[in-house]
Design a protein around this ligand. Structure first.
Ligand code: GTQ
Length: 345
């Protein structure tokens, strides 16, 4: 039974003043707000960022602000429900579209928030993470986990754009967000995406001593896409053709706080995802997909991004009856699971 509770105004002013002077606050006027019945209060609004409208503004930033004046030339995909200045897509997720022009250099640094990059368009750029040079191609996922040095370079001819996904809002909220600048990294031999080329056979640990917490930093899209296509062909009745980006040594989520997935929708398929506690981000790599949540439907075209609040069912519909569609998903599941608040309804 939810009963009307006393309001702040019900208390005598002198009593309220005495509380305030001692940094004390009565709970009961705020109890229902912080513990609402059954469903949490969510500031996250379902929001769509169409790439076609964002891209000219990102290219304009390339003219207006030289890389030296930006360090990272990024337009943040901010959720209006959280206040644009707070730079959140959801409580724990930050999204940014980053532009690197041919010949530009984004210098080495490391920071406490974890990041990944989903490459949106352009060839010839690379990011060096922990000494590993990772070429960037459309659809590739590249990790820059907490504490690892990273810098971006571009030897190609055309602008390169990628989507940054960071757990910055959470780490900032924890008062644990900071960065350190560094010198240009020396590129080391070997790359994780060559060491772990096939699921099922992994380098023998006795001979392949990986003392790395993050052994695989780059997940090439050609491999991820092929895995999804093979999965769909192997199990024609499987509804949710989805893979999780994991640490290939442990099988754990690739990073600690946010989860990353790739989903294939078969031609004409409609997929209903149950209401789950974490917020989600959908980025369309290939095809044409409607994302429906609450009273909104976002008609995603390639390179579009949208986010949905937690505790709501989401329906994905492939608008093409002929071609499959491929979606990159980021969510807050690892965080919710670690905190013990993860739910499916
Ligand atoms: O490329 O290192 O979108 O440090 C935000 C912070 C990108 C990056 C962002 C960053 C980076």
């Amino acid at each position: 039974m939810s009963q009307e509770l006393g309001r702040l105004e019900d208390l005598p002013q002198d009593y309220r003043d005495d509380l305030k002077a001692l940094n004390l606050v009565p709970l009961w006027p705020s109890l229902r707000a912080v513990l609402p019945p059954r469903v949490p209060t969510r500031a996250t609004l379902a929001t769509h960022w169409p790439y076609a409208s964002l891209k000219p503004l990102l290219l304009k930033a390339g003219e207006l602000t030289p890389i030296e004046k930006a360090e990272r030339r990024v337009l943040v995909l901010a959720n209006p429900g959280h206040g644009l200045e707070n730079m959140k897509a959801s409580p724990a997720m930050y999204l940014g579209m980053q532009l690197l022009l041919p010949g530009e250099w984004a210098p080495s640094h490391r920071h406490t928030p974890n990041a990944v990059r989903m490459i949106v368009e352009g060839e010839g750029a690379y990011t060096t993470v922990d000494g590993e040079k990772c070429p960037m191609s459309r659809g590739d996922l590249i990790l820059t986990p907490t504490g690892l040095w990273h810098e971006h370079g571009h030897d190609g001819k055309d602008p390169v754009v990628w989507l940054d996904v960071l757990d910055l809002p959470l780490v900032y909220y924890m008062e644990a967000s900071y960065h350190v600048d560094g010198a240009r990294q020396t590129v080391k031999q070997g790359s994780g995406d060559r060491a772990w080329t096939r699921a099922g056979v992994v380098p023998t640990t006795m001979f392949h001593r990986s003392d790395k917490r993050y052994p695989m930093l780059r997940y090439p899209w050609v491999d991820t896409r092929a895995a999804l296509v093979a999965m769909a062909a192997n199990e024609p009745d499987l509804d949710c053709v989805q893979v999780t980006y994991v640490n290939p040594e442990t099988g754990d989520d690739a990073e600690n706080i946010l989860g990353f997935y790739a989903l294939m929708l078969k031609p004409g398929q409609t997929l209903s995802l149950p209401a789950r506690s974490p917020s989600q981000v959908f980025h369309l790599i290939e095809g044409a997909v409607d994302v429906a949540v609450l009273d909104k439907t976002f008609p995603l075209v390639e390179a579009d991004t949208c986010c949905t609040p937690g505790y709501e069912a989401v329906t994905l519909k492939n608008r093409s009856a002929e071609e499959p569609a491929f979606v990159f998903i980021a969510d807050e599941s690892p965080l919710h699971r670690k905190l013990g608040v993860y739910e499916t309804r």
